[in-house]
Design a protein around this ligand. Sequence first.
Ligand SMILES: C[S@@+](CC[C@H](N)C(=O)[O-])C[C@H]1O[C@@H](n2cnc3c(N)ncnc32)[C@H](O)[C@@H]1O
Length: 922
Amino acid sequence: MAKKQQKKTAKGRLDKFYWLAKEQGYRSRAAFKLVQLNKKYNFLEKARCCIDLCAAPGGWLQVASKFMPANSLIVGVDLVPIKPIPRTITFAEDINSYKCRDQLRQILKDWKADIVIHDGAPNVGTAWVQDAYAQSELTLQSLRLAVEFLNAGGTFVTKVFRSKDYNNLLWVFNQLFKKVEATKPSSSRNVSAEIFVVCQGYKNPARIDPKFLDPMHVFKELDPAALASEDPDSGVPLTLKGTSAGNAHANVFAPKKVRKHREGYADGDYTLFHSLDAADFIKGQDVIGMLGSYNEISFKSDESKKLLELAQTTDEMRENCSDLKVLGKKDFRNLMDWRKEVRLALGIDLPKSKQKELAEQIETVEVEEMDEDDQIDDEIARLNEEAARKARKERRRKNEIRQKKILKMQLQMTTPMDIGMDVMDDQLGAGNDDMFDINSGERVSRKAAIQEANISDDESDTISASHSADDDDPEARAKRLDAEMDALYDEFKQKQSERDAKFRAKEARLKDAKNDSWHGIKDDDEEDEDDEANMSDESEGGYHVVQRRKEQEETFDSDDEEDEEDERLEREAMQQTKKRKRDIVVADPEIPEAKPSKRSLVNSLVSDSEISAQQSREASIWFDNPLFKDLELDQQDAEEQLEGDEDDEDAWEEEEDDSEEGEEEVDSDEEYVSASGSEQEEDDFEVVPQDQQEDAIPDEEWDLDGEDEEAGKQKRIRDHGLATAEAVALAQALVNRQITKEDLMDQGFSKHNFVDKDGLPTWFLDDETKHYKANIPITKEAMQALRDRQRALDVRPIKKVAEAKARKKMRTLRRLEKAQKKAETINENEDITEKEKSSTINKILAKSVKGGQKKKEVQLVVAKGVNRGLKGRPKGTKGRYKMVDPRMKKELRAFKRKAKRDGKKLGSSNNKPRVAKGYGPR
Ligand SMILES: C[S@@+](CC[C@H](N)C(=O)[O-])C[C@H]1O[C@@H](n2cnc3c(N)ncnc32)[C@H](O)[C@@H]1O
């Protein structure tokens, strides 16, 4: 028995309602019974005065106080005092006493109750052993108080036990109320015989016959003799004729006069608890029946005490025996096994081998006694029988194999390719042409035939060998079949995993989902996958990525023309980044840092061994290409390059920030890089800046080891919000008050969450994981909200652009600050006139504003002679430069000439090419 899972008190008390009650501050789990009853009948919201009979510890009172309107009168009474509850009046009294009635009258004064609720349970025996009759009496007593204090039209809610008095009680209720309904809320344990009756619309008769409320009359046992002498017209027993009870019986017994025993007590048996002696359990025959009808297996008799000394009677068995009502399927199976073992140990049953021996001995003796003819006849009969048995066994085996194969097919454990190959093999090898035998009496579907053919000879041999061993024992056969199915399923999964990378990733994700650190971040995971896909797309420069980027850039262009220059630089930077990413991927895909985003995510999904095996295979094939002969970059080199490049990036950022008033350095990476040979080589191995990796996969998502899991979960929820349509739909329903928090919690405790997985085969569990999920409806609004959010994300500028904008803003601010300081100094200067001051300040301000928009000048450089084709920054060049074709120089000269001839100023033309002040050294 799963001791850890369920605290072993009677009925496994600590169930979800126990915890819910704890969480919501209810004093008892019983509170949820009233919550659920009220949810169904809505009696609390309308009531202004409520009497709770047998109210301790006060769970129902808390619920009443929560759901009833403010300023309602709520009175609770119990044998034991109740700790004060806001908005309620309580006192300790026996509800059977007159004192109780008087006190109620005193409290209510001239008020009448709209609702009387009763959840009393007489304290008899142990806490959970109930005496049904006492319970019925208590119920009748509560009815007596109810009819005294209820308003016309009021409601009475009471607990009743499903005993033989149940129908009588219901009959009485029906006489006094317009509508009577019995219901069992889900919070009431199934093992409990209790049921709740909701009586609505109190008729408030002017006078009630006291016999209606007298247990002696209501629960009167009917004397068969009295019943026999009945009124011929109405069928009412003569002893009761003319009384209300008589009328009651007229209703109950007419027209058939046969009283139905539903699920009530057996005659003379008024207890709900039944104990079975262990010795009887071991020796008895109807084991299942016994386990179903008894509450415990006791070891009280001398015979059963001896069982306790057996090694087979473990502590767990004893524990299981102590409360049969809380056992699961597996526990019952264990109990049956235990019984079998004990029977063997006590010699009640013989072991199988001995049984066979015995049978053989008997057979031999018989044979010895026969004469020769008889012997021959008998031998023939035996052989015939054996042949028939073998044929039966073979047929059974084939059926099993077929079933198994059909199941395999249903689970899609075979692929069409396998089927084709197997069929061919089989047909070629064994000449099996059954498939095409249309006259075959046995109508096997083509698929089934294929499946049958799927079994290899080896497999069938193994199966038949193992079959013969335990063919007669259905239990062993079932176990063997289970084991075989599991093995087949594992094989199938392995095959699929080898074939399909997606499947592998899915498996790994499932595994991770089961892992605590992954709990609840499935969507993040998916997001990351998307990120990964995007990034890998990016690194390959796919069409979609280009399009997407284009769109983003266009949006941005139209948004802010002022930042044109910065934007262009950013575009170039991004292209460079992409180029660098490509470079590093081509240069050495084995360097982990070379594929930062991909590696890190894949690491998390697929085990290292899987990756390395597959990668090394793929990598060796890839690097067999002669292209890579000369390329020997080891991981260390790559790391050094990475560091170097990062330093460069930092330097670039610093210079960018330090540059002032148009003296900015060249932004473009190509232009920035030094021309020296070694550095040039390094340039080829630039990598994606580190911060991009961090963007793709936030550290904290992967690194939850040391953190509090709950805190991590909360953070993810904060960071990523409602990521699925289901989540958004639920959130909207909550906000719009279509459902309440309680509903949501209720739904959370669904069959999908509390599944006993013990003993279930893996393939079944896998399938369940896939399909056995609560179906949360998605609304149009939720989808729209998600789409809107995605759209908002799409139009947000990418990080690099936002950074460029911020840098620009910062530079403008610095310039303005400087200008302001200068203006202040000028203002304080008393040597110059006010007019001069204002014009100088104006100039400074204009300059500072213009400074930001000043176009950067580009030097055009022509490489000549040996320098032609050299890459990198030409010696002696400062600032931005552009390598141009020599022809352009000529064209420029021609342009100047023409301009001179036409008398135009070079600078006045809008069509002039962008030129530098002069030419570079080469
Ligand atoms: C199941 S509990 C009630 C739980 C309660 N409805 C709640 O929500 O907390 C049953 C209660 O009935 C009370 N009881 C039993 N017989 C009684 C009687 N004759 N008069 C008053 N209370 C009684 C017991 O003291 C016990 O507290």
